[in-house]
Write a protein that binds this ligand. Structure first.
Ligand SMILES: CCCCCCCCCCC/C=C/C(=O)SCCNC(=O)CCNC(=O)[C@H](O)C(C)(C)COP(=O)(O)OP(=O)(O)OC[C@H]1O[C@@H](n2cnc3c(N)ncnc32)[C@H](O)[C@@H]1OP(=O)(O)O
Length: 282
């Protein structure tokens, strides 16, 4: 998979305007800045960018599109002014449809493999809350810029669920092992300020525009680096985690299906959904 992506890494001429590359799907848009050649992938699924089957498929398609069109980099962000992504759409896991839940988890695996394994430089402009699956997306990128007063983290244990190994290894690729272990066990959500202090995010910006500009600046640091050498270096550094999921995706899917169908897990998800609804009516 990575080898064919590498074939796309040839220099290209740049123009001066920005163009909408993809509106084929409604849940993501891809805008390429023709001056920098950097693509911004925006998630757009109100109200909270909950990662359901359709959004995951659109994100995957957009990443493939960006890989294919020789963009110089990928910036992931959200159209919601206060939420990057609320993580997995819990309705996909609560009283699930047998076929759909398999497609859903497979789509999540596809997104992670494509984003974590992307041959282009990746950055997340985290313009809002980013729990669980939202944090997975952000930490799959190489660089993170976050707006103040939001939260980010893997809170799965607080929901009575367990983050799969590849969520954990992505988290651990950003945070020191001891800190990652403690945060995962606690289901800890970090404020922007805390996330910056521990290195979960790289910079703080005061607006989405500034966050995107900082992400573009990061991607710009590779301008004078040979793209093939950079991509091969990234590939080698990330190969172990990618191979592990590629080799075990069927078992990973079966584990997820088994786990999510446990009565205790279903009960916990139901209670959690109720608590989210109650919060909305307060
Ligand atoms: C041995 C190993 C086995 C491994 C097996 C694997 C096991 C499974 C692993 C699964 C990993 C899971 C990953 C996840 O991502 S789970 C999702 C976690 N997400 C959250 O906990 C976030 C919950 N949401 C919030 O905290 C807030 O909503 C948020 C801060 C994001 C926004 O707050 P705000 O006040 O702006 O908005 P509301 O809370 O009022 O929400 C608006 C409406 O959206 C609904 N909502 C919110 N989040 C979700 C969600 N994740 N899924 C579905 N729906 C969600 C919320 O209920 C409101 O709905 P209503 O308007 O109808 O009330």
């Amino acid at each position: 998979m990575m080898r064919s992506k590498l074939m796309n890494l040839v220099p290209r001429a740049v123009a001066t305007t920005s163009r909408q590359m993809s509106t084929a799907t409604k849940l993501t848009t891809v805008q390429v800045d023709d001056k920098t050649g950097i693509a911004t992938l925006t998630m757009n699924r109100p109200p909270v960018n909950g990662l359901n089957l359709e959004l995951l498929r659109d994100i995957h398609q957009s990443i493939e599109e960006i890989e294919g069109n020789k963009s110089r980099g990928l910036i992931l962000t959200s159209s919601n002014p206060t939420i990057f992504s609320a993580g997995l759409d819990i309705f996909e896991m609560y009283k699930p449809d047998k076929e759909r839940i398999r497609a859903f988890w497979t789509a999540l695996q596809d997104v992670w493999l494509a984003l974590y394994g992307s041959s282009v430089p990746t950055a997340a402009a985290i313009n809002g809350h980013s729990p669980a699956g939202g944090c997975l997306l952000a930490t799959s990128c190489e660089y993170r810029v976050m707006l103040p007063k939001y939260t980010i983290g893997l809170n799965e244990t607080k929901l009575g669920i367990v983050a799969p190994k590849w969520f954990m290894s992505t988290f651990e690729s950003v945070l020191p092992r001891r800190l990652a272990e403690r945060a995962l066990n606690q289901g800890r959500m970090f404020t922007t300020e805390e996330a910056l202090a521990v290195g979960l995010v790289d910079e703080v910006a005061n607006s989405k525009e500034e966050a995107i500009a900082k992400c573009a600046q990061f991607i710009g640091t590779f301008a004078k680096v040979n793209p093939l050498a950079r991509a091969l270096t990234k590939q080698q550094l990330r190969a172990e985690e990618l191979k592990q999921l590629e080799d075990e995706r069927v078992q990973d899917l079966e584990k997820f299906i088994f786990f999510v169908n446990q009565p205790a897990v279903q009960k916990g998800l139901g209670i959690y959904l109720e608590s989210l609804k109650k919060k909305a009516t307060k």
